[in-house]
Design a protein around this ligand. Structure first.
Ligand code: SF4
Length: 94
């Protein structure tokens, strides 16, 4: 089954280190990167579980801002690629 949200989950840690506000103790660092790249056909409740990982993150808002601008794949800042696409469209319309 192709991955719904993924391009290269193995690149996630490298991309995280390129992201200036990271502190190293973000919740996403405590789970394997491929968790954030679920497969098509996975139970939608699993996606809720994945996006919830970000809720307590101390850098949620800067991560969201960065992900909207830079990440087209995977779950970042509790958002899916489609949600970030909508945010980009809303930003262009404002
Ligand atoms: S908001 Fe989520 S993806 Fe972003 S650094 Fe925090 S835990 Fe990781």
């Amino acid at each position: 089954m192709p991955r719904l949200l993924a391009r290269k989950p193995e690149d996630r840690r490298r991309r995280m280190t390129a992201y200036p506000p990271v502190r190293g103790d973000e919740p996403c660092r405590k789970v394997p990167p491929d968790v954030f790249y679920p497969d098509l056909g996975d139970d939608p409740r699993d996606l809720d579980h994945i996006t919830a990982i970000c809720r307590p993150c101390p850098i949620l808002l800067p991560c969201l801002s960065w992900a909207v601008a830079n990440e087209q794949h995977g779950v970042w800042a509790g958002t899916t690629p489609n949600q970030r696409k909508q945010l980009r469209r809303m930003g262009r319309a404002a």
